[in-house]
Design a protein. Structure first.
Length: 512
């Protein structure tokens, strides 16, 4: 540390002086040595810089995720001009990313436990690069679909391991804001994709639309090489010295690092002392099943609340009410901007107000937005002059509420719900279902839209978002201000006590 180095340097200098010629100091009062203050200030700045770089490089996978998710909506208009696509092939091109994401998320848990979080993020970046180059150079449908599936594998891996990595590196007091950065950068990626589509649409340059995704992937691959491995993963692998060195680098204080490492090791020791070793199979056991159910319901309500219908089909909705193609794409850019900007308040409030209040208010706003859209489509307003402005208002209200709550909070809470030993695998299970739910909505919504019309679908989403608020109020625990180890020990204590269903209900009621 800089402070100790300064002390040792001063001792060495005093030792180098010749005692027989030294005279007592009779001059004026001692003054602080500038060469000591500056290293101390620099030592305090180093952890801040290190944490800032983690924000940049660790969560950059979110931009890739968002960009590759959003760019296809505009690119598809021009892909069909170069590559012959049947309606089924078009669906496969769009949903191929989601299929790959399910596979990547399913693999990410075990791979991150075996390889480490940092190394797997590097692998995801390389997969992004390979898939993006393949998609941009595709000359036929099968190659394009295969490349999209490969990109999806990278997206799925990043969706599991990046939030996990950020959560395990972040100090407790800023953990929510740091992990929610992932969702912010997803929205940034979507917004950049919409802007790219709009800018390149006159040239019909769909290959450039897709190919520009290589740039953030390359930055992520190079940047993650400069970051430390997760201290919790290192401690779990028995690499105590490496874990302490990483914590000291991150926290900037050896004593803080030692205390945090002892807490991590205590948790790991308690797990090893358990009568039954924790595995993914334990997720289905009575003691951990409640947390699994909470995690699955969290991803269910985020997807079946209707956000994917807005992200994927907003231009279709707008053109159906009279917008031209360029006007619909430009309005879509506006929706992407709202999505991005409204994520910022969530990052500030998630560790101040807590996870549950954000989700509750988000459910209220999302339900109100869907109610407006349902009313516009099911009442005489559908044929009036207020149709377009009310539709834009309803979409904007819904997207703003989602971006400020359910969007980022899911990715913060998922890693907080499960014990360290199975955290990666458990989050992986939930994220696999996240992509499954995502794909189900994306595939089913066009058929439901054709069969029932927009109004009935918006009513369904209004009911679902209302139910999401009930779920948060009755079942979801608050994790704000508690270390991962504290949350884990409470989960394990509940399992050891083997509470009855009535006791579980009473416990969740007291939490809410």
């Amino acid at each position: 540390m800089a402070g100790s180095e300064a002390v040792e340097s001063g001792a060495a200098e005093s030792g180098a002086a010749e005692p027989e010629t030294a005279e007592p100091e009779t001059a004026g009062p001692k003054t602080a040595r500038p060469d000591t203050a500056e290293p101390e200030a620099a030592a305090k700045r180093r952890p801040r810089l290190r944490n800032a770089l983690i924000w940049v490089f660790g969560a950059l996978g979110g931009i890739l995720w968002g960009y590759d998710t959003g760019v296809i909506s505009g690119a598809m208009l021009f892909i069909r001009q170069d590559i012959t696509l049947t309606p089924l092939m078009e669906g496969l091109v769009v949903s191929g990313l989601l299929v790959g994401a399910m596979a990547g998320a399913g693999l990410a848990g075990k791979l991150s436990d075996a390889w480490g979080r940092r190394r797997l993020i590097l692998g995801a970046a390389l997969v992004f690069i390979a898939g993006t180059v393949g998609a941009a150079l595709s000359s036929e449908a099968s190659l394009l679909i295969g490349a999209r599936v490969l990109i999806g594998v990278g997206v799925g891996i990043a969706s599991v391991v990046v939030p996990l990595y950020l959560t395990e590196l972040a100090p407790m007091e800023v953990r929510g804001g740091l992990a929610s950065l992932m969702q912010l950068l997803v929205t940034v990626g979507i917004f950049l994709a919409y802007l790219t589509d709009y800018a390149l649409a006159p040239a019909h340059a769909w290959r450039w639309m897709i190919g520009l995704g290589v740039l953030p992937a390359a930055v992520l691959a190079l940047g993650i090489l400069t970051q430390p491995e997760s201290p919790r993963w290192l401690a779990g692998r028995g690499r105590r010295d490496d874990a302490r060195a990483a914590l000291t680098l991150l926290r900037g204080d050896d004593e803080t690092a030692r205390t945090e490492l002892l807490d991590i090791e205590k948790t790991l020791a308690e797990e090893r002392a358990a009568t039954q070793r924790l595995t993914l199979r334990d997720l289905w056991s009575p003691r951990l099943r409640p947390m699994l159910v909470v995690g699955l319901l969290l991803v269910f309500f985020q997807n079946f609340g209707g956000i994917n219908t807005i992200i994927y089909y907003a231009p279709t909705l707008l053109t159906s009410i009279g917008f031209g193609d360029n006007g619909a794409i430009l309005a879509n850019v506006g929706i992407g901007l709202v999505n991005m900007l409204m994520t910022l308040p969530a990052m500030r409030l998630i560790d101040r107000r807590g996870r549950r209040p954000l989700l509750l208010w988000g459910s209220v706003g999302m339900c109100a937005g869907m109610a407006v859209l349902a009313a516009v489509n099911l009442t005489p307003l559908h044929h009036g002059s207020l149709l377009a402005p009310l539709t834009l208002f309803g979409v904007a209200l819904y997207v703003a509420a989602f971006a400020a709550s359910w969007g980022p909070v899911q990715w913060v809470m998922l890693p907080e719900l499960f014990p360290t030993r199975i955290r990666a695998g458990a989050v992986g299970v939930c994220v696999v279902f996240n992509w499954l739910f995502n794909m189900a909505v994306a595939l089913v919504f066009p058929s439901l839209l054709h069969a029932w019309g927009a109004g009935a679908n918006f009513v369904i989403f209004a009911v679902t978002t209302f139910a999401s608020g009930v779920f948060v109020k009755r079942l979801l625990p608050e994790t704000k201000g508690r270390s991962l180890e504290q949350i884990e020990r409470e989960v394990l204590r509940r399992g050891d006590a083997a509470p009855s269903p009535d006791e579980v209900s009473a416990s969740t009621a007291s939490v809410s």
